[in-house]
Design a protein around this ligand. Structure first.
Ligand SMILES: N[C@@H](CCC(=O)N[C@@H](CS)C(=O)NCC(=O)O)C(=O)O
Length: 200
C-alpha cells in the first residue's frame, strides 16, 4: 500500500470528497489538517500554492477534482467505458459550474453589490442548475451518473456544505431533495459511516 498524506484545512471544503474516497478505498492515510497560522510557511512548498494536496509515496499532487477522479479510477468508481467516465465528468463539471458561480459572488467584498448579485442569481441563475442536477440525480436513482455509485457522488457528499454556503437559498434542500439522496447513499457505506462518526 502506498504511503499517503492528505493535507487540507480543518474543514470539509474542497478536501472532504478526497478524504471520503480514500476511506472508501481502504487506504490508510495521514489526515493532515493545516492551521491558518502554519499555512504561509507550507504554501510555497505545495505544487500550486493551494490545498488540498495529496502526497503519494513522497510525491505531491494538487487539485481536488483531479485527485478525486484519480481515486475514482483507482477504486473502480468510473464506470466501464470512456463514455461512462465522460458522463460522470460532465455532471460533476455542471455541479462545479454552479459552485463557482456562487463562489464568485460569495467573494464579492462590496456588500451592497453582493446582495444585488445574489438576488439576481437566486432568481435567474441558480435554479436552472439546481433543477437540472436534481433531475439528473432522480434519473440516476440517487447518484450523479450511471445509476450507481461513482466518484462524482463523493464530490456531492463532500462539497454540499460548501455549495449551500455559496448558493444561499434557505429552501434548497426542500426544493431539490435529490441531493440528500446522494449524500445518504454515500454516508450509508459502512466505512464512510464509521469515518464520519469518528470525526464528530
Ligand atoms: N481548484 C483548486 C482550488 C483550491 C483552493 O481554492 N484552495 C483554497 C482553499 S479551499 C486555498 O488553498 N486557499 C489558500 C490560499 O490560496 O492561500 C482545487 O479544487 O483544489
Amino acid at each position: 500500500m502506498p504511503k499517503v498524506v492528505f493535507t487540507y484545512f480543518d474543514t470539509k471544503g474542497w478536501g472532504e470528497q478526497c478524504r471520503l474516497l480514500l476511506t472508501y478505498g481502504g487506504q490508510e492515510f495521514e489526515d493532515r489538517r493545516m492551521t491558518h497560522d502554519k499555512w504561509p510557511e507550507l504554501k510555497p512548498k505545495t505544487p500550486f500554492g493551494q490545498l488540498p494536496m495529496i502526497e503519494i509515496d513522497g510525491k505531491q499532487y494538487a487539485q481536488s477534482l483531479a485527485i478525486a477522479r484519480y481515486l475514482g479510477r483507482k477504486y473502480g468508481l468510473v464506470g466501464d467505458t470512456l463514455e461512462d467516465a465522460l458522463e460522470i465528468d460532465q455532471n460533476v463539471d455542471l455541479l462545479m459550474d454552479l459552485i463557482l458561480k456562487g463562489a464568485q459572488i460569495y467573494r464579492e467584498s462590496d456588500e451592497a453589490r453582493k446582495e444585488t448579485l445574489y438576488a439576481e442569481a437566486i432568481k435567474n441563475v441558480f435554479p436552472g442548475y439546481l433543477e437540472k442536477l436534481n433531475s439528473i440525480i432522480e434519473k440516476n436513482n440517487g447518484h450523479i451518473a450511471l445509476g450507481k455509485l461513482t466518484w462524482g457522488d463523493f464530490v456531492i457528499a463532500g462539497a454540499f456544505g460548501s455549495l449551500k454556503m455559496v448558493v444561499p437559498m434557505p429552501d434548497i434542500e426542500q426544493k431539490y431533495p435529490a441531493f440528500q439522496k446522494v449524500i445518504d447513499n454515500v454516508y450509508s457505506i459502512p466505512s464512510i459511516k464509521a469515518y464520519s462518526e469518528s470525526k464528530k
